[in-house]
Design a protein around this ligand. Structure first.
Ligand code: PEP
Length: 255
């Protein structure tokens, strides 16, 4: 479903972790203990787990399923790949696009990610578009321009109507899986810059309606401080999404 309002979201990126049984148990425990979340909860589970996790989240209106990747073509001879049609047929509503691990290890470029965004939107799947700078760029203080270029080259070809379905996740690469979180001020500054860039392209109304999540060593202890920032609309959570109690606490931290 295509949404058109600013939503608070906590999305768990399980990456290549959990067996099917462990993933099913993780989702079950979280969903069972979920107490009126103030926003959407998203499980970005491995492809192999999606059908099983779907049966757990079904009927929970605030809990949604995401894939961690999709292919840029509709179908065909791409052995081992997964199309958005396949994802849509499972009831997947979101897909992570442009995670820094895919950019780094699988050489995904801004241009390729633009194609993936188009594919996802063509089937009504909402991209959670990940952007963020490496440490070298942060140290040179060119991080805002770096992230704006990522947005320009992968998203800003969209029509305003299409863009309304996109969720942004700002994930400074130096903070992912390192235990080194961006300060809430660093997160706020970048989120504000992202929202300004969106406003210049699509206008203030759309910019204010766009959910911008923070990702990078967000955990149960620092989530409330990060989420309290006016332009931080929740988080994309890696490591801490694999522990039900921690993930539940992060969801509770939504403002
Ligand atoms: C991520 O990979 O999207 C992420 C935010 O990881 P972590 O929370 O483990 O830093």
């Amino acid at each position: 479903m295509i949404k058109n309002m600013r939503q608070q979201i906590v999305a768990g990126n399980w990456k290549m972790n959990t067996t099917l049984q462990e993933g099913a148990e993780l989702a079950r425990e979280i969903v069972e203990r979920l107490d009126q979340p103030k926003g959407l909860v998203v499980f970005a589970a491995p492809f192999t787990h999606l059908t099983t996790v779907q049966t757990t989240v079904k009927g929970h209106i605030n809990v949604h399923l995401a894939a961690q990747n999709c292919h840029q073509e509709t179908k065909g001879a791409y052995t081992g790949e997964i199309s958005v049609d396949m994802l849509a047929s499972l009831g997947v509503e979101f897909v992570l696009i442009g995670h820094s691990e895919r950019r780094e290890y699988f050489k995904e470029t801004n241009a390729l990610l633009a194609q993936k965004v188009d594919q996802a939107l063509s089937k009504g799947i909402r991209p959670i578009f990940c952007c963020g700078e490496p440490l070298k760029i942060r140290e040179k203080e060119t991080h805002v321009n770096f992230v704006k270029k990522q947005l320009r080259e992968s998203l800003f070809h969209l029509t305003p109507e299409q863009f309304k379905s996109v969720v942004i996740a700002y994930e400074p690469i130096w903070a992912i899986g390192t235990g080194k979180t961006a300060s809430s001020q660093q997160a706020q500054d970048m989120h504000q810059a992202i929202r300004k860039a969106i406003a210049s392209k699509y206008g203030k109304r759309i910019a204010n309606a766009t959910s911008i999540l923070y990702g990078g060593s967000c955990n149960a202890a620092n989530a409330a401080e990060l989420f309290s920032q006016p332009d931080v609309d929740g988080g994309l959570i890696g490591g801490a999404s694999l522990k039900a109690a921690d993930f539940l606490q992060i969801i509770q931290a939504l403002k």
